[in-house]
Ligand binder design. Structure first.
Ligand SMILES: Cc1cc2nc3c(=O)[nH]c(=O)nc-3n(C[C@H](O)[C@H](O)[C@H](O)COP(=O)(O)OP(=O)(O)OC[C@H]3O[C@@H](n4cnc5c(N)ncnc54)[C@H](O)[C@@H]3O)c2cc1C
Length: 510
């Protein structure tokens, strides 16, 4: 088996770099490892023996305020009493509701994980998937105790209905969109459970940076006899009739495939680019062309080398905010957060606000002794919404404006505290990683592009109309994220078609 990778190293969105000053490490893409407890590849391939290590910060996700109001902080699920105390500073009712929903959600986390690691139910030819037919809706909503009408509502409507505290809403709106869940998506009840109730508080950090997870996976593959070919950009899927028999690289090398070709690149690159429109049926050509990217998964990564970690005004009320894994900065209330998200979704640069983290607090190996590597995310418009010159201008100016905001929230964030900074924008993610338009899920989350309809109904079982060509990237269910779910599900399809062993289910239900 061979893996062909166009970059000089494997890992894609799991990269860690020293983009400003050597010795200051920054995760340029994926930062939060929310799936380590669930992803089959982690245990099945014993990635910890291959060098993967993580830390699990106690205070996970919080919001600071410029006027020093108490922060709201969500802690790990095993520290729910601290989450309760933090929310209860504003509202005991909200603290009760959040903590009870979170507790019940964690009781069924394996069922939620099964939704990621199981191919979506197939839809009979000519029919469309009904999102309400999802067999998980009943068990999830009954167990958690959420009114089932929430299934039909947008995450924002659910947050507004459940919680009265503006400060908590401001945090949860942003928490909701971190995984790309569109905040105003109707029928967003299941997405709300996943993004807000399940993912909050389960973020881990790879020691040494996210790239160490990719390295462990590569080591495991080498152990299993896989060959890696870097700097090998696939430009064509070689066909014999209607069957994939190999690939050709952009520099003209040809590789035969005895059994299958599996593509983790986005659906348009795979079908319209590598297979070629002329080799697709009219239906598949139309479906692939109509596939949409962005806007809810488009980020810019802001990178900072600091003398001191930020010290927030809100730390007077709760010092934990200074050690919190992920801190929302620049949102003084729910309107700020919602205006920010909607601006980015509609193609505009939002106000200067971010979610930021300082990994050196939890893993000092990510910076020089006593110094700090801080990184953060801005939600930005997709790459094609701004010209090349406009992106250049954004890279030159946006960080400085954000620093002004940051300093209002954390007075020690002065220019003197900053040794170097850089902004990495969606157009660069597109050209570097082929994340289309900077969309980290390689495809919009919309009802017609999710579950049994992702990337489109006929391709949702990881098979294509080209025999022996499979899809294993984020354009397929369950979309983006470091969960290895797309590949796991694709393997199930390949195993079924080629009489290979099904993956072990030891210790899990999927
Ligand atoms: C800024 C940002 C922050 C993120 N944060 C998180 C996070 O905190 N937690 C989380 O779980 N997820 C996060 N993600 C999402 C996650 O990184 C991606 O969803 C995930 O990496 C997708 O995995 P993939 O294997 O499908 O694609 P990728 O990781 O993009 O890998 C695809 C690989 O294919 C290669 N490739 C592309 N075209 C070709 C070709 N023609 N020939 C050969 N090779 C090719 C690419 O170079 C790349 O290495 C983030 C993403 C971004 C951009």
């Amino acid at each position: 088996m061979a893996v062909l990778e166009r970059r000089h190293e494997e890992g894609g969105g799991l990269n860690t770099e020293e983009p400003c000053i050597p010795g200051y490490y920054h995760n340029m893409h994926a930062q939060f490892m929310e799936f380590l407890d669930y992803m089959p590849v982690y245990k099945d391939f014993d990635l910890e023996r291959m060098g993967a290590r993580w830390v699990y910060p106690e205070a996970q996700c919080g919001i600071a305020f410029a006027d020093g109001r108490p922060p709201v902080i969500i802690h790990r699920p095993d520290l729910l009493d601290r989450t309760w105390k933090s929310i209860a500073r504003y509202s005991k009712a909200d603290a009760d509701t959040f903590c009870e929903l979170k507790r019940r959600t964690m009781e069924i986390d394996q069922i939620l994980a099964a939704a990621l690691y199981t191919p979506p139910p197939p839809v009979p030819e000519g029919e469309i998937a009904n999102p309400l037919d999802n067999p998980l809706i009943d068990p999830i909503f009954s167990h958690i105790g959420l009114d089932k009408t929430c299934v039909l509502k947008s995450p924002k409507a659910i947050i507004d209905e459940l919680f009265e505290t503006p400060e908590l809403r401001a945090l949860l709106y942003r928490e909701c969109v971190e995984w790309g869940t569109p905040i105003d998506m109707e029928m967003g009840g299941v997405a709300f459970v996943m993004s807000v109730l399940w993912f909050s508080g389960i973020w881990k950090l790879m020691v040494g940076g996210t790239h160490t997870l990719a390295h462990a996976m590569t080591q495991a593959c080498l152990r299993e006899g896989v060959t890696f070919l870097e700097s090998s950009e696939v430009s064509e899927v070689v066909l014999s009739g209607h069957r994939a028999v190999g690939v050709r690289t952009a520099d003209g090398r040809k590789f035969g495939a005895r059994h299958v070709v599996a593509s983790s690149t986005d659906i348009q690159q795979t079908l319209l680019g590598m297979v070629g429109e002329e080799n697709l049926s009219e239906l598949w050509r139309r479906r692939a062309r109509a596939f949409r990217y962005g806007p809810s998964h488009v980020l810019a990564t802001t990178v900072w080398c600091l003398r001191e970690a930020p010290h927030y005004r809100s730390a007077e009320a709760d010092p934990e905010i200074d050690r919190c894994f992920y801190v929302m900065v620049g949102f003084d209330g729910p309107d700020d957060t919602i205006d920010y998200i909607r601006a980015a979704y509609s193609g505009h640069l939002p106000q200067h606000a971010a979610g930021v983290w300082v990994n050196t607090i939890h893993d000092p190996s990510q910076g020089p002794p006593g110094m700090h590597s801080a990184t953060g995310w801005f939600f930005f418009p997709p790459a094609d919404r701004l010209s090349e010159q406009e992106w250049e201008e954004v890279r030159r100016t946006y960080n400085a404006r954000f620093l002004e905001t940051w300093q209002r929230f954390a007075p020690n964030m002065t220019a003197d505290n900053v040794l170097a900074e850089r902004l990495y924008t969606p157009d660069q993610m597109d050209s570097k990683n082929k994340m289309r338009f900077g969309d980290f899920s390689n495809g919009a989350f919309a009802l017609d592009q999710l579950n049994s309809s992702r990337p489109f109904p006929e391709a949702a079982q990881y098979r294509t109309e080209i025999e022996s060509l499979y899809l294993c990237g984020a354009s397929s269910h369950p979309g983006g994220g470091v969960h290895a779910g797309c590949g796991y599900n694709a393997y199930k399809a390949i195993a079924a078609d080629h009489d290979l062993p099904a993956p072990s289910r030891e210790g899990r239900i999927y």
